[in-house]
Design a protein around this ligand. Structure first.
Ligand code: SAH
Ligand code: AVI
Length: 328
């Protein structure tokens, strides 16, 4: 009998009332600290995900096109080396670069299933629908959830898996949580699975700062959008026009910090939490860190999580790195 070419999509959401609590807890915790802070995952509502996709097209944001170039060059080798039949992608977003990996698996005749994991349900569903249309026979099992909390909900492996965590999103964790996350991920992986990790590299601060202060102002809109999320989800009354986007490279910690700065003194009410928050003139709220790596730091982080770096792929200008690691 001919193998069936019928594609299938199944999407399960693990986000529920508990996640509204997570946003509430993050806001309560983050906005009452001396240095106000919010975790970056709240940047990605449907509008934030669209703005992120627009960032990926910006001339200053070299990361996306560089990672795509590396994947194009190395995808066949990665597929041959891992023997993967299944691609599990964390923070999959619009799954655009993913196609390079799916194409290589398809070409090698191994592709069976794609498992995207993302907090942004709209984006994940749209990507899943497009991919099943484009890859006959592909089965997509989407997990709408938080990769820090819902990795236990991945479907039972079919056979060897390639876990992909692309775009440099690992850099959005603070260093301690980064290693904790990698350790947890390693525990979810079977002995024959591999991890393909995209990391942005340390480089000229001017190049880095330009990537987060683009001339079209898209990153500023992406950053400010988190205030719209709080207004909508928690009944807050942030006056978004009275905040400005700030992004700079912290040379000591080797990470980009993205912040929102109050242009003047202001008082904000977060209705759902019965919380009052005051901002002094020029006071800042940190919305993201984006760590930049050296090969040594990457190797050390992976080693601390029980993973062994087997290949480190980079571009000719050494802007970005894609690493392959396993447990062996
Ligand atoms: N992998 C894509 C998208 C990167 S943007 C690329 O390389 O271009 C980061 C993605 O991670 C977004 O789609 C966002 O919704 C998702 N994300 C951020 N924090 C998350 C979390 N805690 N759990 C699951 N997904 C998360
Ligand atoms: C998803 N993440 C890796 C992006 C980054 O570069 O840290 C998010 C982003 N923030 C501002 N521009 C892009």
């Amino acid at each position: 009998m001919e193998p069936s070419l019928e594609s299938a999509v199944e999407v399960r959401s693990y986000l529920g009332p508990a996640d509204e609590r997570t946003l509430a807890e993050d806001v309560l915790d983050g906005l009452t600290r001396p240095l106000k802070e919010l975790p970056p995952k709240h940047l990605y509502d449907a509008r934030g995900s669209e703005l992120f996709d627009a960032i990926c097209e910006l001339p200053e944001y070299y990361q996306t096109r560089t990672e795509r170039l590396i994947l194009r060059t190395e995808a066949d080798a990665i597929v041959a080396r891992t023997g993967a039949v299944e691609l599990v992608e964390l923070g999959s977003g619009s799954a655009d670069k993913t196609r390079v990996l799916l194409d290589a698996m398809n070409h090698a005749g191994t592709l069976r299933r794609y498992v995207p994991v993302d907090v942004s349900e709209t984006t994940l569903r749209a990507a899943a629908a497009t991919l099943v249309g484009d890859y006959p026979g592909l089965s997509v099992h989407g997990v709408v959830g938080d990769f820090e909390r819902h990795l236990g909900h991945l479907p039972e492996p079919l056979h060897r898996r390639l876990f992909a965590f692309l775009g440099g999103t690992i850099g959005n964790f603070p260093p301690g949580s980064r290693r904790r996350f990698l350790r947890r991920l390693r525990k979810v992986m079977s002995p024959d699975d591999h991890l393909l990790l995209g990391t942005d590299l340390v480089k000229d601060p001017q190049v880095l700062e330009a990537a987060y202060n683009d001339s079209a102002g898209v990153t500023a809109r992406f950053n400010l959008n988190v205030l719209h999320v709080l207004n909508r989800e928690l009944g807050a009354n942030f006056d978004v026009d009275r905040f400005e986007h700030v992004a700079f490279f912290d040379r000591k910690r080797e990470w980009i910090e993205m912040r929102l700065r109050a242009t003047e003194q202001q008082h904000v009410r977060v209705q759902a939490l019965e919380l009052d928050v005051d901002f002094a003139p020029r006071e800042e709220l940190r919305t993201e860190i984006s760590a930049k790596f050296t090969p040594e730091r990457l190797r050390e982080d992976l080693r601390a999580a029980g993973l062994r770096l087997t290949e480190l792929y980079t571009d000719p200008d050494e802007l970005f790195a894609v690493s392959l690691s396993g447990q062996g």
